[in-house]
Design a protein around this ligand. Structure first.
Ligand SMILES: Cc1ncc(COP(=O)(O)O)c(C=O)c1O
Length: 468
């Protein structure tokens, strides 16, 4: 049982946040053990004299971050595998990265420099509305019934064509699965190919959502360091040679932005081929590159069908769609199709049909082209403003692509700095929270996609300078 909760109405944090923090502390300090059942929302609300919605909001946050897991009528439990119990590994910290991230995806309007969002002011809403209206009118009975759990066939065909041309991936539409976001792609993979206890390499630093999804699937997570050539494959092999999975962001490593070098790509594929392991390639924002040629996907080098490729419409269209896609090796299509059906992996027909038309009629290619030059401009505005206002107090580690900048902080604590920035409406993210091991790098992750003018960049940079 959690310690009695005293309302602290004077504290700036809302009550649900305080309650959430209590649970986090109780879990971190071992007072709530992995697997322990937590009180039902109704019971706890009555006990603490809080509204049920307050307790529910705290639980949802804890569930979203992987601390708790809801098992329907059976109740809500502390996640069984918060930490890896692989003995040779360094101790993992609890996934605090998710704390900082959660605020990015809680449905509130975006803050300045918020990462992970495309330029919301530049989305062609009129065109989209026209296409969606047409699809709605023409949908017929197909638009009213349960959609295909693998995804809408014309969209799968359009995705396969797009990937062939733009990402060098040769696949049949049968290999493409449309899912409700990257997390749903990971869930489909874990339900289809993963067994509890399977070992999985994860990039260190790496994306919290992949970590949480795989942890909840019962995987043993092995952090593998990332350097200026991307994931250190040799280190992965040294730490867990027989891992069943490796999750990588080869085009723009999340969050550092570096690309996986060709020798490392080949080494990773060679390892997976020899071991019969699976590589999950998360290609979330590869479309945006500002220097040099676009890099082909890792999947394009995959001769033996070991790569499961995930892409998303969140960055190239908008995240409110909640649509992503997974490409599986041809031999696995049937197995994945069975699981997609079992999991009821149905995504809304209208949205899928609208995207299919957007792709087929060439709007997508035009939109991407426009966004590439817009982002190059917005990125430069932010770089110039940061240089001007902060000088060498912030060192930008400039990469060839992506949707955010990573900057090393000369001094100070990045978590504390991000907290103060957020208080004035700036959503810089602390780099250290992407790490699970001790001694993380300190820095800031800054989104530039919604910087609307050089003037705005300058104002935000000045605010940051004042905070520093
Ligand atoms: C590293 C990474 N992968 C994938 C995604 C895509 O997630 P989704 O499709 O759920 O929006 C994101 C979005 O922020 C991301 O940062």
């Amino acid at each position: 049982m959690i310690v009695p909760f005293k309302l602290e109405r004077e504290l700036p944090a809302p009550i649900y946040r305080q309650l959430y923090q209590r649970f986090r502390d109780a879990i971190a300090q071992g007072r709530l053990r992995p697997g322990a059942r937590v009180p039902a929302v109704r019971a706890l609300a009555a006990e603490l004299n809080l509204a049920r919605g307050t307790v529910d909001a705290a639980y949802q946050l804890l569930i979203g971050e992987g601390y708790l897991i809801a098992r329907g009528a059976a109740g809500t439990f502390v996640t069984a595998q918060l930490l890896s119990d692989c003995t040779p590994l360094p101790q993992l910290r609890a996934p605090i990265a998710s704390t900082m991230y959660h605020a990015c995806h809680c449905g509130t309007p975006p803050l300045a420099l918020q990462i992970g969002l495309p330029a919301l002011d530049a989305f062609p809403r009129k065109l989209w509305t026209r296409l969606a209206g047409r699809e709605l009118r023409q949908a017929g009975v197909e638009g009213l019934i349960y959609p295909d759990s693998r995804g809408y066939a014309p969209l799968r065909t359009a995705i396969a064509a797009y990937l062939g041309i733009s990402r060098g991936i040769s696949c049949h539409p049968d290999q493409v699965f449309v899912c409700a976001g990257y997390r749903a792609c990971l869930d489909l993979i874990s339900h289809t190919l993963m067994r509890r206890g399977d070992t999985c390499w994860l990039e260190e630093p790496g994306f919290f959502m992949a970590r949480n999804a795989l942890m909840e699937a019962g995987a043993q997570l092995i952090p593998v360091p990332v350097d200026d050539q991307g994931l250190d494959v040799e280190q992965g092999i040294a730490r867990a040679p027989q891992a069943s999975f490796a999750v990588v962001t080869p085009t723009h490593q999340s969050p550092l932005g570096v690309s996986l070098s060709l020798p490392r790509r080949l080494a990773l594929l060679d390892w997976a081929n020899r071991q019969g392991s699976w590589i999950i390639e998360d290609d979330y924002d590869s479309e945006y590159r500002y220097q040099g040629k676009p890099l082909p996907a890792l999947k394009s080098l995959d001769q033996q069908g070991r790569v499961l490729y995930a892409g998303t419409f969140s960055k190239v269209l908008f995240p409110g769609l909640r649509l992503a896609y997974l490409v599986v090796p041809a031999e696995q299509s049937q197995t994945f199709a069975r699981q997609a059906d079992r999991l009821h992996n149905h995504c809304p027909h209208l949205l899928q049909a609208t995207i299919a038309t957007f792709l087929d009629e060439g709007h997508f290619a035009r939109h991407l082209k426009k966004m590439r030059s817009l982002y190059a401009q917005r990125r430069q505005w932010l770089i110039d403003a940061l240089h001007q206002r902060l000088g060498d107090r912030l060192h930008i580690d400039l990469q060839a692509g992506g949707m955010h900048l990573v900057a090393a902080l000369g001094e100070g604590d990045d978590v504390e700095f991000a907290r103060r920035a957020r208080a004035v409406g700036i959503a810089v993210e602390p780099l250290s929270t992407w790490y699970v091991q001790a001694n993380p790098r300190q820095g800031l992750v800054l989104g530039f996609t919604n910087i609307a003018s050089a003037g705005q960049a300058s104002t935000v940079a000045l605010q940051l300078a004042q905070l520093l």
